[in-house]
Design a protein around this ligand. Structure first.
Ligand SMILES: N[C@@H](CCC(=O)N[C@@H](CS)C(=O)NCC(=O)O)C(=O)O
Length: 101
């Protein structure tokens, strides 16, 4: 069972929801209350930002780390091209989108 600790309106959480939908994975959304709810999030993940994915005994913070985790565990359908150069381009574009948009 996957749990996504999120702020519903966060773009980084939407990014993870899009990956989950693309891979047709069901999950339970856990809405984090800004401020006080982040104390529990810190206890869970060692940091205070959403999104955080709980996948069994694994706790993964950061939307890119979550996307890569899901890609590794559920490779089909693939998010990333198999060609290393194209894959690197995708990761560059993703980093640009995360930091510039
Ligand atoms: N690099 C992180 C950024 C996550 C992020 O900035 N989350 C914001 C919500 S959009 C957050 O949790 N802010 C609360 C805080 O910093 O206390 C990712 O990709 O997941």
């Amino acid at each position: 069972m996957l749990e996504l600790h999120q702020f519903r309106h966060s773009a980084f959480c939407e990014k993870v929801r899009l990956v989950l939908a693309f891979k047709q994975l069901s999950f339970t959304p856990i809405e984090v209350t800004p401020g006080v709810g982040q104390v529990d999030l810190y206890r869970l993940s060692g940091q205070r930002q959403v999104p955080v994915l709980v996948d069994g005994s694994e706790v993964i913070a950061d939307s890119t780390a979550i996307a890569l985790h899901l890609e590794q565990k559920h490779p089909d359908p693939a998010l990333l091209p198999s060609d290393p150069a194209q894959r690197a381009q995708v990761m560059l574009l993703e980093d640009w989108a995360d930091t510039a948009l």
